[in-house]
Design a protein around this ligand. Structure first.
Ligand SMILES: Nc1nc2c(ncn2[C@@H]2O[C@H](COP(=O)(O)OP(=O)(O)OP(=O)(O)O)[C@@H](O)[C@H]2O)c(=O)[nH]1
Ligand SMILES: [Zn+2]
Length: 417
C-alpha cells in the first residue's frame, strides 16, 4: 500500500485507498480538515480490510451511517457501535482524550443545557444527565462530548472541544456558550435587497473565531430570475468562501447542503429574521416518519410533577449529521474576536506586519503598509473601512479582563491591532 500513501494529499482523507473517492483531500496538519468525507466514510471507523478495493461501495457505507444517525441505537458491540458514535460525531481525536480508566464510560453528546439540568444524546438514545451538586451547567454547550457513568448517567467530565460558538450577553460577564463541536456554520441570507455584506462579515468573523467552516447559504433563489448577481456580491467577502443558492422550502435543498451534512457532521444556522432558517431546519431535519425519535425529545417530570417535553437543540438531519438550533445562536453578535477577523480580512492581516508600528491602526500612521496598498490600488478602501468598523465594534464589546473559555482562546491570540 506504499504507493497509495504517496499521493494521499490529493485523495479523500477517509478513503485514501480509492482515487477520486470524494472531494475531501487528506490534509493531516490542517486542524479544519473535516473528519467525515462527502461519501460518508470516516477515517479509522470502517474496517481497514473493507476499504481495500473490494470493500462495500461508498454508497453502502452512507446508507448504513444514515440509518444509524437517525436511530442512534447500538445493536451489538462490533463495528456498529463505533459507527453509531461516529454518526453522532465521534472521532478518533476525541478517543485520544480518553484515559485508560475511562474506556468503560459512555460517550454522549449534550443535547440541551438548562440552569439545573442537562440532557444528552447517547448511542442508545436521549438521556437526562445526573449532575454533581457543584456542577455549573453554564460550563457546557449543546454539542459538547461528555463522559458518563453507564448505569447512573452521572456526568463525569467534558472532552476538549473542536470548535465553540459563544456570545457575550448584555451587561458583561463571561461569554455564554452557545454550541460546541460545530463543523460548519451555515450563514443564511436571501436573494433579495436585505442582503448585507457587512452583516455577513460579522457572521463570518464569528464562524472563523469559533473554528467552524462558514458556508454562505443564499435562500429564496426560486424568487429571482438569476441568483448569480447575489453570489457575486458575497463570494469575495473572504478567501475560498463557499456559497450555495437554494430554495429553503424545497427538498432539493438537502442535496445542495449534503457536502456539509454527512453522517457525523454537525452544522448550525445563523442569519437575520425571515431569511429562512426555520424553513431550512424543517427541510433538513427528518420530521416525517417518527417525530419523537428524530428530534430525540425527552419526557420528564417538572417540579410540579407534570410531564413536560424537553425540546432538544440537536436535531438529526435526514441524510445523516446534526443541526444545532438554540435560541442563543440566533442572537450572536461580535465580541472576543482575534483570529476571526484575521481570517476574514486576510489581505489586511497579511500586510499589517509590514507597518512601521506594531499597533498600527492603518488610519493615518506613517509607514503603514495597508494605506500604501490602498494608495497603490491593490487593496479596496471599502474593505479597510469595514475592517475598522468591525474591529472597533469588537473592541467595544470585549472587556479586556475577559479570557478564554472552553478550549478556544478568544483573546490575546494572534496579532492585536
Ligand atoms: N420562496 C421561498 N420562500 C422562503 C424561502 N426561505 C424562506 N421562505 C419564506 O420566508 C419566510 C420566513 O422564513 P423563516 O424560515 O420563518 O425564516 P427564519 O430565518 O427562520 O426567521 P426567524 O424565525 O424570524 O429567525 C417564510 O414565509 C418562508 O416560507 C425560500 O428559499 N424560498
Ligand atoms: Zn498600518
Amino acid at each position: 500500500m506504499g504507493d497509495q500513501v504517496d499521493d494521499r494529499q490529493s485523495r479523500c482523507h477517509a478513503r485514501p485507498d480509492v482515487p477520486q473517492h470524494c472531494a475531501r483531500p487528506f490534509v493531516a496538519a490542517d486542524p479544519t480538515a473535516r473528519r467525515a468525507c462527502i461519501a460518508g466514510w470516516w477515517l479509522g471507523v470502517q474496517p481497514r480490510q473493507k476499504g481495500r478495493g473490494n470493500g462495500p461501495a461508498p454508497q453502502a457505507g452512507l446508507a448504513l451511517a444514515r440509518a444509524d444517525a437517525q436511530s442512534g441505537r447500538v445493536t451489538d458491540a462490533t463495528d456498529q457501535t463505533v459507527l453509531s458514535l461516529a454518526a453522532l460525531g465521534w472521532t478518533e481525536a476525541l478517543g485520544d482524550q480518553l484515559g485508560p480508566d475511562e474506556t468503560g464510560l459512555d460517550r454522549m453528546r449534550v443535547a440541551t443545557v438548562h440552569r439545573a439540568r442537562m440532557t444528552a444524546m447517547s448511542a442508545q438514545g436521549p438521556v437526562r444527565l445526573l449532575l454533581a451538586p457543584q456542577a455549573n451547567t453554564a460550563d457546557y454547550a449543546v454539542g459538547d462530548w461528555v463522559l458518563v457513568e453507564p448505569e447512573t448517567h452521572r456526568l463525569i467530565r467534558r472532552l476538549d472541544r473542536n470548535t465553540v460558538l459563544q456570545r457575550r450577553t448584555e451587561g458583561g460577564g463571561a461569554p455564554q456558550l452557545i454550541a460546541a463541536n460545530v463543523d460548519t456554520l451555515f450563514i443564511v441570507t436571501s436573494c433579495n435587497d436585505d442582503l448585507n455584506p457587512a452583516r455577513l462579515e460579522r457572521y463570518l468573523a464569528l464562524a472563523n473565531e469559533a473554528g467552524t467552516t462558514p458556508v454562505i447559504v443564499l435562500t429564496k433563489a426560486d424568487q429571482v430570475e438569476d441568483p448569480q448577481p447575489f453570489v457575486d456580491r458575497v463570494t469575495g467577502l473572504q478567501r475560498d468562501l463557499q456559497v450555495v443558492t437554494l430554495n429553503a422550502k424545497a427538498p432539493e435543498a438537502v442535496e445542495v447542503l449534503a457536502p456539509w451534512c454527512g453522517p457525523g457532521q454537525t452544522v448550525a444556522l445563523v442569519g437575520s429574521s425571515g431569511v429562512g432558517k426555520s424553513s431550512l431546519l424543517n427541510t433538513l431535519a427528518d420530521k416525517a416518519p417518527d417525530e419523537a425519535q428524530a428530534t430525540g425529545d425527552i419526557r420528564e417530570s417538572d417540579a410540579k410533577g407534570r410531564h413536560t417535553t424537553t425540546s432538544r437543540s440537536l436535531h438529526a438531519i435526514a441524510g445523516g449529521g446534526w443541526v444545532i438550533d438554540t435560541p442563543g445562536i440566533r442572537t450572536l453578535h461580535v465580541s472576543d474576536l482575534s483570529v476571526g477577523l484575521d481570517v476574514l480580512f486576510a489581505e489586511i492581516a497579511e500586510l499589517a506586519p509590514d507597518c512601521r508600528f506594531r499597533d498600527c491602526t492603518h488610519a493615518h500612521e506613517p509607514g503603514c503598509a495597508v494605506l500604501a496598498a490602498v494608495a497603490a490600488g491593490t487593496l479596496d478602501q471599502a474593505r479597510v473601512d469595514r475592517w475598522r468598523k468591525l474591529w472597533e465594534e469588537n473592541r467595544t464589546n470585549t472587556p479586556v479582563t475577559s479570557g478564554p473559555r472552553g478550549n478556544k482562546t478568544t483573546l490575546a491570540r494572534g496579532k492585536r491591532y
